[in-house]
Each structure stands twice: as C-alpha cells, then as structure tokens.
Design a protein around this ligand. Structure first.
Ligand code: ZN
Length: 252
C-alpha cells in the first residue's frame, strides 16, 4: 500500500523497549516541529518498558513496520534464532504484554511505502527473513530489490548508507554522520540506516533518530543524551538479563 506523506518526517528505529531513549527522540521531534513520525520496527525486545513503548509509538507514529523482535514477541517459534540474552528478554516481555498489545505487534506490516520512500526493518528482498545488511554484497541484493528512490532500514543498530548509481555496478558506501546532515540527492537509489533509538551498537550510547526532508533529500541525524541509568533500572526491574542493561552505557 502506498501512502502519501509529508515533505518532512521523523524516523525512529530499534526502540527496543527503551522508554527513556524514545522519550528523548520524541522530544527532539517536538522541538524541531516534526509532526509526522514513522517507526522502522523492533519496538520491543531487550529493554525494560515494552508496553509503555508500544503505547507511545502507537500514539505518536503514523505507522510502524514489523521488526524481528516484534514478530518474536507474538510467535515463539521465531525466537529459535535469537541469542540467549535476546531470547530471555523477549520471553519475559511476552509475559508482560497484554493481548491487545500482542495483537498490534502481530498486525504490523513488513514494509510501508510512502511515495518514493520504502520503510523496512531488515531486508527488502526478504522482509520476513530479517537478513542483515552488513556489507556491499548485502546492500547490492537489497538495492536491486528496492524499487523506490530511498529505502530506510534498521536491524543492525548501526548508522550506515549505500547508493546504487542508475548505471548499476557495485553499491557505493554513503557516509552517514554520527550526527548532522547528509544529502541523499545523487542519482540512483539509496538504502540508509539512521541508527538505533534504544540500543545503539556503534560505540555511541546516545539515542539516534533522524529527520528526512524530501526537498534537497536532506537526512539529519541527531544523537541524544538520555537517562541511561533509568533505562538500566527498568531492565533490572522487569527481570531482563543484566547484560542488556550493561551494554546501554557502552553503546555496544
Ligand atoms: Zn533490533
């Protein structure tokens, strides 16, 4: 389904039940006057406040695509590929979520098309398989499957970008700054990960989110300090693995 959308919108990815980080991202959008926000999936998993994060995302986002953790909260068979920490966290969260929240998670679409933009969690080529885009051959597979100008993805928790020129050939890496603006305006198709809100893994513990402006194809990435200690306390309180709390202060 193709939806029309604003000329400027916010992106949140990999919130992972981190309420403090999500609130920081929403406050940033509010300060920037960004009213339309889209979510690239993994609202739940890992963090201490899954229900509150789902509630806020439902209230504030125009739409959300399905992440692998969102799917695994609903379908236990999908937890088989998870590492032990991730699995323990999603098992605990599934106990904490009520039926209507689980139903909403189960209803999320694998992709959302907004005119010339595609929102996805892990893979365009295989949205339900949740492959990772880690290197140029993954990006090549994905860019071949992408039929619109810009694809925004999540899943790796690391900001990254690729461009496939119209003449074809190997995708070129696009430098996505830790914070600040990058213009995605050269000819060809782009695949860009704006970084994770709730569990960054690029060594920077601050929450990442982005604003995309079609005019000039400007993507502005923000890195936001938030109350990491409170997010860690929520993880311990909810009975999630301590490893998931510890990693937040390292951004790994
Ligand atoms: Zn994730």
């Amino acid at each position: 389904m193709i939806r029309r959308t604003a000329s400027r919108f916010g992106l949140v990815a990999d919130v992972h039940a981190n309420l403090q980080a999500l609130e920081a991202a929403l406050a940033h959008f509010e300060a920037e006057g960004v009213v339309e926000i889209w979510c690239l999936g993994d609202v739940v998993g890992y963090g201490g406040d899954p229900a509150a994060c789902v509630e806020l995302i439902r209230e504030r986002c125009a739409g959300t695509v399905r992440g692998n953790h969102d799917a695994a909260a609903v379908d236990p068979r999908l937890r088989d590929d998870f590492n032990p920490h991730a699995r323990a966290a999603i098992e605990r969260q599934a106990e904490l979520l009520d039926a209507s929240t689980l139903e909403w998670l189960g209803s999320l679409p694998p992709t959302i098309e907004l005119d010339d933009v595609l929102l996805l969690h892990g893979s365009v080529a295989d949205p339900d398989g949740f492959s990772y885009v880690m290197g140029s051959s993954d990006a090549d597979r994905e860019l071949d499957a992408l039929v619109v100008r810009w694809g925004f993805y999540a899943h790796t928790h690391v900001p990254a970008g690729w461009r496939k020129p119209p003449e074809g050939g190997v995708p070129q890496r696009v430098d996505i700054p830790a914070s600040g603006e990058v213009r995605l305006e050269a000819p060809g198709r782009y695949l860009v990960n704006p970084g994770a809100v709730g569990q960054p893994r690029d060594g920077d513990p601050r929450a990442a989110c982005a604003v995309f402006e079609r005019e000039g194809a400007r993507l502005r990435i923000a890195r936001l300090r938030y109350d990491v200690a409170a997010a860690q306390a929520a993880i311990r309180r909810a009975g999630m693995p301590a490893f998931e709390a510890d990693r937040l202060e390292h951004g790994r």
